[in-house]
Design a protein around this ligand. Structure first.
Ligand code: CA
Ligand code: CA
Ligand code: CA
Ligand code: CA
Length: 356
């Protein structure tokens, strides 16, 4: 008996020693920022808030909106100070995204799109800049997807002027739909490509100028695919998850892009399992830049177990001249979940050298 126990003990000592030597690189350590504002809590209890999108007002940045999903109730529209502007109760929208200048027969409109888990459909809304309200452009229950829907992102190709909607699923299937408007203004979608990942996907973001879509396979990492429907179905895993990688633990959740020029900037991923946000360069080779977290402040709590995130380089008015980062907060100090808002220059300034 002893002859078996001693080798087993020796083996565990070797494993422990090797693990202790594999220190996590110091450069991965998260730097802390504070939120300067937060949205009103969503109306539903427990896990309900999920994903934000920022809409920029065409003439007055202070009138921009933060649009958040309450996956048990609908879309909530918040002012930049976090106060509730309007609540749209419908279905079970999971993720939400914004694009500008979608062509209707008689005009161009800014659109907000979401995947509704009620009937596994896509729903598209126009933003009225005057009243800062939404009007649905899809009809009935929305555009049927044909599989369970989980995670989504909009894409606008500036060269072809086509608009696409990517929608994921819990089985790893990702459908790409081309959106277009009929003569009566009703928006429909045509499936143009199907991508297949090995397991559940959710967070995604399209890079319109550089022509990529980034898709988070929750347990494995961030994949990059060419955005053109005829560009095949092969992706590259650009940010795997693991102790030796910047994203330490699953799930990878929200993904977003901060633009510093038409071709440069930062790709940011929510590392839900470690309550952190990991920054890579937007341009290849997607070098690791740094990690941050939203720490508890005097008046506003920190953010934890974050699902969706969004960022903009455009001004949201005083205090947010170089844009803002918005993160879902899965643990909002005894209240229903909400979204935390951080000026970009606070995030840029905690790194050495500062980010752009
Ligand atoms: Ca959640
Ligand atoms: Ca979003
Ligand atoms: Ca998820
Ligand atoms: Ca989510």
């Amino acid at each position: 008996m002893r002859s078996r126990i001693i080798p087993a003990l020796l083996a565990s000592i070797v494993v422990l020693t090797v693990t202790a030597c594999q220190r996590r690189p110091e450069e991965f350590r998260a730097r802390a920022v504070l939120a300067t504002a937060q949205t009103s809590p969503v109306a539903s209890a427990e896990d309900a808030a999920d994903d934000p999108a920022i809409w920029i007002h065409p003439t007055n940045p202070s009138l921009s909106l933060i649009i958040g999903t309450n996956k048990k109730d609908g879309l909530d529209l918040y002012n930049v100070d976090g106060s509730l502007h309007q609540r749209y109760s419908f279905g079970m929208p999971n993720n939400v995204d914004v694009r500008y200048g979608f062509p209707l027969p008689d005009r161009r409109v800014d659109i907000v799109a979401t995947e509704d888990r009620t009937g596994n459909t896509i729903r598209v809304f126009a933003v009225d800049a005057e009243s800062r309200t939404l009007a649905e452009l899809t009809t009935g229950d929305g555009i049927p997807v044909g599989h369970d829907v989980y995670g989504s992102a909009l894409h606008h190709d500036p060269t072809t002027d086509q608009f696409h909607f990517f929608v994921g699923s819990k089985t790893g299937e990702v459908s790409q739909f081309r959106l277009s408007a009929a003569a009566d203004g009703a928006v429909s979608g045509q499936r143009v490509r199907t991508l297949r990942l090995a397991s559940q996907v959710e967070g995604m973001v399209a890079d319109d100028e550089l022509g990529h879509v980034y898709i988070g396979e929750e347990a494995r990492g961030v994949w990059k695919f060419p955005v053109a429907p005829d560009s095949g179905t092969e992706g590259i895993l650009i940010a795997p998850i693991g102790f030796r990688h910047p994203i330490r633990r699953p799930d990878v959740e929200g993904l977003t892009i901060y633009r510093t020029s038409s071709a440069t900037g930062y790709l940011i991923a929510s590392s839900q399992g470690s309550n952190e946000y990991v920054i890579y360069t937007r341009e290849e080779p997607h070098r690791f830049v740094g990690t941050f977290r939203i720490a508890p402040g005097a008046n506003i709590g920190g953010a934890g177990e974050t699902d969706g995130i969004d960022v903009t380089h455009r001004s949201l008015g005083p205090g947010y001249e170089s844009g803002a980062f918005v993160a879902q907060d899965g643990r909002n100090r005894g209240e229903n979940q909400n979204f935390k808002i951080v000026p970009w220059f606070h995030i840029a300034g905690i790194f050495e050298p500062p980010l752009e």
